[in-house]
Design a protein around this ligand. Structure first.
Ligand code: XMP
Length: 548
């Protein structure tokens, strides 16, 4: 596997993803974490990530200096190579102006690449830049090599405010950016490499190939990481940890918890797996039924569906303030959860499973990356049940090494319906945050119907997968319209559709006017309580994705 030291760049995650997409397992640890023998088990190479900090700032993290004496291949990206430079006697200084965006990098392979970086490594690394070498050749069993003396030019993706002004001991500069900054560095004796740009970003030409050149050609990794292997690893580790004890998983209806449920059913004895799902009445149309059908088909024997719509509607009665609504929903969720779990009467020894993903761990700062988490605010309420189980060391998180796209492929392998696997994210408080003002059963039904039509149309038109999240919002106003010959006041609906990478920022999806007009007509013709449809054209920031 490849170890990634995370110095806080927002693209560190992407490095891990690219490597896993190449079929090699990659693991991210904090940039300044101690690199122990345990951390190093099976590690074939180390990547030092970028960072929002400068190497000379007191906040710039320093890696365990042991990495320089392990004899393992190293690749520094942006801050990573600047760090390697400074740690080896070089100098980094601020640029008068940040280099940002697409910049050309020119590189000439030396006539004697074999004399660098311990032999074949340099030639294998340079092959990543060579437009004539296909990715498959780089991944192949005999590593591709660049031709001595060849010259390449690629469009790289840069984002840095500092530059290397004196190379570290033993480093030689190859690539140069258009502005004359060192862009590609190779050590003369050791398998150490550095790039000033971000090969993990898709805009970086030959980025995947450059990473592959390091992972396969330099580190000698072999493709082998797959979801099937993951399932077997989970089976082994869960079996050992859980034994014959019962396991309880709370299912929300979203992709993550459904896949976690399917994975438990596949890797444990279905008799020991308890799945609990709360129908709060704030779910999307047919959500409860879809979840039930999927999980039963996958062998669920103890699926506890709690119908608590009335309790939620009563708790929300008269509430219009968004925070008050959120609190009412969150509190009641916890109360019912505690009550129903007690009612199940599981022995104290039971384990609580959660659909936590790799990114969730990184964002909440639980021992993996550190800085990226400051960006995301957490919406979901902590629960005493989860806290107590965590204290007792009885939480299992079988998806905690996976990225979202990997969870989706795992779901497919486990046989979950495509409809569930591809589903857009849905907030914990559900329609409670998509009905502005007071929530009533009538409004929930109207919104559910309208939302279902909208989503169905997006799927029919082949647009659903291009959009990161789409949904309808019911506004707390009625507006005038005509029905037959009479004036009628009916509800106003807003449609939202955005593209995004992770929900932190979002762009409006640019529908064609034809799609919007047809969808609007279909909604107002079918859901007669809606008289007017609007499309939200705000990006995030300044707006958020949900209206709340
Ligand atoms: P905002 O509205 O903050 O949403 O731009 C960003 C993403 O988070 C989802 N969201 C939630 N998810 N519980 C959740 O699990 C919540 O309370 C919650 N509120 C918003 C939202 O749907 C979007 O994908």
């Amino acid at each position: 596997k490849i170890l990634i030291l995370d110095f806080g760049s927002q693209t560190t995650q992407l490095i891990g993803r690219r490597i896993r997409e190449l079929g090699v397992y990659a693991e991210i640890i904090p940039g300044d974490a101690a690199v122990t023998d345990e951390t190093l088990a099976d590690v074939k190479g180390i990547i030092l990530s970028g960072s929002p900090e400068s190497v000379y700032s007191p906040d710039g993290e320093v890696p365990d200096q042991r990495i320089y004496s392990l004899g393992l291949p190293l690749l520094g990206i942006c801050y990573g190579i600047q760090r390697m430079t400074v740690d080896n006697g070089g100098t980094v200084e601020a640029l008068p102006e940040r280099e940002y965006g697409s910049l050309e990098v020119n590189l000439t392979v030396p006539d004697d690449p074999g004399k660098l970086a311990g032999g074949d490594a340099a030639a294998a690394f340079f092959s990543g830049f060579d437009g004539t070498v296909p990715l498959d050749a780089i991944r192949g069993s005999t590593a591709a090599k660049s031709k001595p003396g060849a010259s390449f030019s690629i469009n790289s993706w840069m984002s840095h405010g500092d530059t290397i002004t004196k190379l570290g001991r033993g480093f030689r500069q190859f690539g140069t950016s258009l502005h004359g900054a060192p862009a590609v560095l190779v050590h003369e004796e050791r398998p150490w490499f550095g790039v000033q740009f971000h090969p993990e970003v898709t805009h970086n030409e030959r980025g995947t190939e450059i990473i592959a050149g390091f992972v396969f050609g330099v580190c000698g990794c072999k493709p082998g990481w797959s979801m099937e292997q993951y399932i077997e690893e989970v089976r082994a580790s869960l079996g050992q940890r859980v034994g014959a004890n019962p396991v309880l998983l709370l299912i929300s209806g979203g992709v993550d918890s459904t896949v976690a449920g399917a994975l438990l059913l596949k890797t444990l004895n279905p008799d020991q797996v308890h799945l609990m799902y709360m129908d709060t009445g704030l779910m999307r149309k047919n959500e409860t039924e879809t979840v039930r059908v999927n999980l039963e088909r996958l062998g669920a024997k103890h699926l506890h569906i709690i119908h608590c719509e009335n309790e939620f509607l009563s708790a929300l009665k008269g509430l219009t303030d968004p925070e008050a609504k959120r609190k009412a929903i969150g509190d009641l969720f916890i109360t019912i959860q505690e009550r129903e779990v007690t009612r199940l009467g599981l022995p104290d020894s039971y384990f609580l499973a959660q659909g936590t993903l790799y990114t969730d761990l990184i964002e909440s700062g639980k021992g993996i990356g550190k800085k990226a988490h400051l960006i995301k605010s957490h919406h979901n309420v902590g629960s005493p049940l989860v806290d107590a189980k965590r204290k007792a060391g009885r939480i299992i998180e079988p998806l905690d090494r996976l990225y979202k796209d990997e969870v989706r492929s795992l779901g497919r392998i486990l046989g979950i319906d495509e409809d569930v696997v591809r589903r857009h994210p849905f907030p914990g408080p559900g329609l409670g945050v998509r009905i502005l003002g007071e929530v009533t059963k009538e409004k929930c039904d109207i919104l559910r119907d309208a939302d279902a039509i909208y989503i169905e149309e997006l799927k029919k038109r082949g647009l659903y997968d291009e959009i990161w999240q789409a949904f309808a919002v019911l506004l707390p106003i009625r507006s005038v319209g005509v029905a037959g010959d009479v004036r009628k006041y009916s509800w106003v609906l807003a449609l939202r559709a955005i593209t995004s990478d992770d929900g932190m920022t979002a762009d409006v999806y640019p529908f064609s006017m034809k799609d919007l007009l047809e969808i609007s007509t279909l909604i107002t013709n079918t859901v007669t309580d809606i008289g007017r449809v609007t499309y939200d054209i705000s990006s995030k920031p300044p707006a958020t994705i949900e209206w709340e």
